[in-house]
Design a protein around this ligand. Sequence first.
Ligand code: ATP
Length: 366
Amino acid sequence: AAQKSTPATESVLEIDDVSKRFGDETVIENLSLSVEDGEILTLLGPSGCGKTTTLRLVAGLERPDGGEIRLDGDVVSGNGSFRSPEERGVGVVFQEFALFPHLTAGENVAFGLKEWDDDEREARVTELLELVGLSAQRDSYPDELSGGQQQRVALARSLAPEPDVLLLDEPFSNLDVDLRVRMREEVRRILKEAGVTAVSVTHDQEEAMSMSDRVAVVNAGRIEQIGRPEQVFQHPESRFVASFLGHASFLSGTVGHDGVSTALGEIPRERIHGLAPEYEGSAIELLVRPDDLEATPNPDGSGVVASRRYLGPTALYEIELDSGETVSCMHNHDVRLDRGDRVSLSLAAAHDLSWFPEGAETVVDR
Ligand code: ATP
């Protein structure tokens, strides 16, 4: 039987110092994480970093080798106890949405409600189909539904039994790009409307950032950083996070009294995130993303366009600076720059720039 943990908490899900090995390989290493009531949290990381294993540990499909998992304060894994998946009140949506092909949309949604009264079950199915916008498709079979509709039925089916926590494992990866983008918005709305606590897994940074209240960036079985999407994107605490979340260039600079001198000129101190006075004289590297910079054709500029990549609404330019550094910048088509054009660069970022001590992999305590 599960034991009640002592401290009362608002967290619906707590993963506490959990490790998981397969043979000699440690796949999850001392991972801790808590998810608040109604929160959508996404585990984001490269293939093989342990995201799916983390979800399977929470669902009760794997046993941890160390640590504890608590749901609503009850220990469900660890400390000598282990609850089966059925006893956990956790819903799961996997990438292959696996609806029952011989059941209608309505019957699929009703599947987990066998023990409910007929009236209540009917009412719940009606409510869920409405929530996912498929009331008219109640009697359709899966093969009569589009991929996006099938995925919404799968979501409704997982939400129907009122799980405490919903786990979503790459739920959109089988959908085409357009639909994937629409489904992110849709699923976020549905989860918020249902007030469900959700943990989702993806390797797609755009999906993570657009769907989640918080993002946990996972690297080799460990959480590198956790925070709101803006926080992790604009103020990454490691180079891994900086580069995994989007295009990142690093610009060397020396901290002076009023600012940082770089190949782009002096950048005022107040434009730099958390740069304390004691850093004066230090060598640092500023993180610049393509939309932080603006390039203007200028024969006396300090850089040359090395390449141009057309991306539809924008183009991504690589600029080689006279200092030997390369930075990227993004522009719409108001400005047309070609390879070999000389440009000057200025800072366009509305936010303050992050930085790393020279050569450091992570932000040290600052
Ligand atoms: P992906 O995005 O590719 O699904 P992931 O981050 O979800 O990756 P996991 O599926 O959690 O990663 O796998 C993490 C590591 O654990 C991988 O190296 C994988 O090969 C290994 N692994 C997962 N399940 C098992 C298992 N049952 N037995 C042995 N090794 C496993």
